[in-house]
Design a protein around this ligand. Structure first.
Ligand code: ADP
Ligand code: ADP
Ligand code: MG
Length: 676
């Protein structure tokens, strides 16, 4: 085993690799760009080397610098993670030339599988089933069109060098082929510097099922079963699970053996994934009719490898390190078993409601699931960031992966839902609530899987507002009251007896919610209870408000027939409310801060909230100008200045400093300038 390795990556995968290295007593060297100087992966490694600017081409893709860093720190091997240099055969060769071990397959295997078209030709020879298609070297557009016509529409044009869901065009009819080909080639040359394409049958309602394989330098190769990655958006994986629902032992063995044959055909060593597209001609409930075709082989550790780890109980990074250091595979095929079911959700900084636009910003709140509510190992979070970190525009939008395991798929699904509900991220848009909705669709819950699940279910996946105004407002009010109690020791209003002269004290709240203005009225009842009315007129929802503090700063809430545990995080005036139903935002309008405007209504200067008059800045007869401070009030341990809403003359002060005033009490009489 190595004593020190360099991790040529960042984010969650760099942290993931470092965790196993640490467990095995292997020292780690991180590399980092300008943007990542304070990143988590730098913090978790034993040493770190700065390798350049923030853009990947200036740092994580500069392999000479990475190799220099490995030599300078005495690392014996380089783990490339996924993405970046992981499938770069020149880098693999350069490592070998520098006397370093590349923790991955031989450069020749990367090369053989690097281009989709060439790898398909190889697989054809190895008798691995292929999607009917054309993957020849001749790229004459007329020939490609003829091939597409022969295959029959719809067809898929794929950039041979493509990856990450890019460089693909589905074509429904012959007339559209030429234009789609042009656009695919343009994207391919821009993204991959190579415009060669292949054409294949567009499989209808397919599933994406991939097989994890592992080879060693002693000629052994095994498969670690399958992962179903059918839930995708724009050909990119969103949820992944293992084993694949509906998989039969017979089909598993056939697919596993085909994947091993594919790996052996290129003398594969290390972790690899053979991706298959699976046709379900008999529909979702007829797995015996499923037909699988080779799509591509990813010659690296895959993002979704943790679901395989969860069901096999193995550490694939440990296997990678053992194999790279020359050890044989720890287990034989017949020793491998599947335990239970695992699901992974990719948590990304993006806005699903805005076409999955990536989001950047700071992770002001980054609260992850409370893993102790589950038995050990049932919930795992692989995260590359910490609270307070920023998501920069330079890299992938994936910030973390949530992996759950259960005895059955149902149990795993329930844990996923709960874990996602406990994932509270504030500061930028994420897909957390979207992931919950996807996992809750009947289609996913009943494992009616295919790659069009998300587009088909879009009506319930996008632009959803599961938390209504009443619950959001109740959570915001409860949080405000809890904050007051925390800062004063007791509820300030229970001490201000003067407010109880009419039996009750009322307090006004105003909110912005879903683009609408909303009012709420809180009544402190004589018996100590609270009554809340949210909204006005016929739309008003009213009833007792009952709440109490729950663990981790959450609130147990009961209002208007709803009972929920809510977590409220204030960011300026915006309260981010997380409940088991979903998450929402509500903006609390600070009535005291805006009192100048609101009190001006009707020409009266009224106290917007119950509180104490601290001082008057004016006396009767003073001429004042708009915006000039008139009085200072104190409420909730804060002083608030009440300003003149318009030019005018002070006629009379109605209270003295030290007086307690109720909400709505008129503080002074001001005669506006034109009337004076
Ligand atoms: P998976 O490992 O599950 O197949 P992805 O397809 O999303 O995951 O790819 C893993 C990572 O590698 C992602 O960060 C993706 O952006 C990147 N990636 C994959 N293929 C390419 C490619 N050909 N060029 C650039 N980046 C790629
Ligand atoms: P990438 O390199 O971007 O991962 P793949 O060739 O692996 O590209 O395909 C990515 C996804 O595109 C698959 O998971 C599947 O959803 C879809 N796809 C690929 N080939 C086909 C096909 N022939 N028919 C239908 N969908 C396909
Ligand atoms: Mg793929």
């Amino acid at each position: 085993m190595f004593t020190k390795i360099l991790i040529a990556n960042r984010g969650e995968i760099a942290c993931r690799v470092a965790a196993t290295a640490k467990r095995l007593g292997v020292k780690t060297v991180a590399v980092y760009s300008d943007a990542d100087a304070q990143a988590k992966h730098v913090a978790v490694c034993d040493e770190a080397v700065h390798i350049g600017g923030s853009a990947p081409k200036d740092s994580y893709l500069r392999w000479e610098r990475i190799i220099d860093a490995a030599k300078a720190t005495g690392a014996q091997a380089i783990h490339p993670g996924y993405g970046f240099l992981s499938e770069n055969e020149d880098f693999a060769k350069a490592c070998a030339d520098a006397g370093l071990v590349f923790i991955g397959p031989p450069a020749s295997a990367i090369n053989a599988m690097g281009l989709k078209a060439e790898s398909k030709r190889l697989m054809e020879q190895a008798q691995v089933p292929l999607v009917p298609g054309y993957h020849g070297a001749d790229q004459d557009p007329a020939l490609l069109q003829r091939e597409a016509d022969r295959i029959g529409y719809p067809v898929l044009i794929k950039a041979s060098a493509g990856g990450g869901g890019k460089g693909m065009r589905a074509v429904d009819k012959a007339e559209d082929f030429a234009a789609a080909l042009d656009s695919c080639k343009r994207e391919a040359i821009n993204s991959f510097g190579d415009d060669a394409v292949l054409v294949e049958k567009y499989v209808q309602r397919p599933r994406h099922i991939e097989i994890q394989v592992f080879g060693d330098t002693h000629g052994n190769c095994v498969y670690l079963f399958e992962r179903d990655c059918s839930v995708q958006r724009r050909h990119q994986k969103v949820l992944e699970e293992a084993p694949a629902p509906g998989m039969t032992p017979e089909l598993r063995a056939r697919m596993g053996e085909a994947a091993v044959a594919a790996a052996k055909a290129v003398n594969y060593v290390g972790a690899g994934t053979v991706e298959f597209i699976v046709e379900q001609p008999g529909g979702y409930d007829a797995p015996e009719q499923m037909k699988f075709y080779f799509m591509e082989m990813n010659t690296r550790l895959q993002v979704e490898h943790p679901v395989t780890e969860a069901i096999t109980g193995l550490d694939l990074v440990e296997w990678q390190l053992r194999v790279a250091s020359g050890e044989p595979l720890p287990l034989k095929q017949e020793d491998l078993r599947i335990h239970g079911h695992a699901i992974e959700a990719r948590i990304c900084a993006e806005n699903p409601d805005n076409n999955f636009l990536p989001a950047t910003g700071a992770l002001n709140v980054y609260a992850l699931p409370d893993c102790v509510t589950f038995e050990r190992g049932a919930v795992r979070v692989d995260s590359g960031v910490r609270q307070g970190d920023a998501i920069s525009p330079f890299y992938d939008s994936m910030v973390a992966k949530l992996i759950v395991h259960g005895d059955t798929r149902e149990q795993a699904l329930a844990r996923l839902d709960e874990a996602l509900a406990q994932t509270h991220i504030v500061g930028l848009a994420t897909n957390v609530q979207f992931l919950r909705r996807v996992a809750r669709t009947d289609a996913f819950a009943s494992a009616k899987l295919d790659t069009a699940l998300i587009p088909r279910e879009q009506a319930v996946l996008f632009h959803q507002e599961p938390v209504g105004l009443p619950l959001a407002a109740a959570a915001a009010v409860a949080q405000a009251l809890l904050n007051e109690r925390a800062s004063e020791g007791v509820d300030p209003f229970s001490r201000r007896d003067g407010f109880h002269t009419h039996g009750v004290v009322q307090r006004r709240f105003e909110f912005e919610f879903g683009g609408e203005h909303a009012k709420a009225l809180l009544t402190y009842e004589r018996g100590g209870g609270l009554h809340l009315k949210v909204g006005e007129g016929d739309a008003a929802v009213a009833g007792p408000l009952v709440f109490g503090a729950a663990p981790q700063g959450a609130i147990e809430l009961q209002f208007a027939g709803q009972r929920a545990r809510a977590a409220v995080y204030a960011q300026g005036e915006v309260d981010h409310v997380f409940t088991p139903l979903g998450a929402t935002q509500i903006t609390a309008i600070d009535l005291l801060a805006h009192s100048g405007e609101s009190a001006a209504e009707g020409g009266r200067l009224t106290a917007p909230m119950p509180g104490k008059v601290v001082s008057f800045a004016v006396k009767a007869g003073d001429a004042v100008t708009k915006g000039q401070p008139l009085a200072v009030m104190e409420a909730m341990k804060m002083e608030h200045t009440i300003a003149a809403p318009a030019d005018g003359v002070v006629q009379e002060l109605l209270y003295a400093p030290g007086d307690q005033v109720a909400e709505g009490a008129e503080l002074l009489k001001l005669v506006a300038a034109e009337k004076a």
